[in-house]
Design a protein around this ligand. Sequence first.
Ligand code: MN
Length: 323
Amino acid sequence: MDIARFYNLLENKLSFMITSHVSPDGDSIGSVLALTLALLKNEKKAVPVIKDDIPRKYKFLPGTELIEKDISETFDVIIVLDCGDIERLGFDRQLKEYGPIVVNIDHHKSNSYFGDLNLVDTTASSVGEMIYRLLDGRVELDYDIALNLYTSIITDTGSIKYSNTTPLSIRILADLVDKGVRPDYVSRQVFEMRSPASIKLLKSVLSTLEISADGKVATLYITQEMLKTANADEDDTDGMINYAREIEGVEVAAIFRETDDSVIKVGLRSNEWVDVSMIAAKFNGGGHPRAAGCQVKLPLKEAREIVLKAINHAMEDSGERRN
Ligand SMILES: [Mn+2]
């Protein structure tokens, strides 16, 4: 069993690299840090590596200062968290060049089982939840670890609002609150702290709203010019897609963001029945049925057209068989 082999590695190997996908989110950062802190507590060498910037709002998490962006060392074990596809890690070298054993712990349906060990549970709300289940009873989950795990679960479930929320995920959150995590503190850090620039940007982003004739698809976009005018950066765009998703009658929401290297980053969300991870996969992206993303190397107008076409196809295809 891969779980027994996993515990074996934790016990017998000495050095670990813990990594996750680019465009890090609460689940990837929280689970990477929780596992890192647990290994350090057990006197192992553990280095968290994320090949991207950490969004400001996650800097409150204990251990963020340990995260490395570039690494040249090698390790006994590489543990990949919350990442269905090895390409999304953003490494320019083969993962095996960093260590001989790759462990893949994930909850994405699209996971490609790229590890030597694969712990994939598509029923888990988040990888934070999986790490809790793997560590509970083996490592003392102190406040710092609990805060990271709580943040993983609360972000991937949208504050226990999304369809991946289960009785178990709520029970685990309750246990983490027992360990001292304050829900109001995390909520304020992660969901309720907007910069003045982001509100200024939001004004112009909302003016780009378009809703399809049948009312089921809503789109927004963000240009480099809009970012500059508002003096905003990538972090400030976070969560804006929800204004489109929350419109009554809308099933699929999309946001298109121009980056400075002429790539359009596309965020996709759905409410009830369209699997947006399938749409993202058409453009080599990925994610979950209700939240996914991809990148399109085209000018904004063309990128919107091509993705909207894919959304419309997906809506026709999944019209009968809701998922
Ligand atoms: Mn996740």
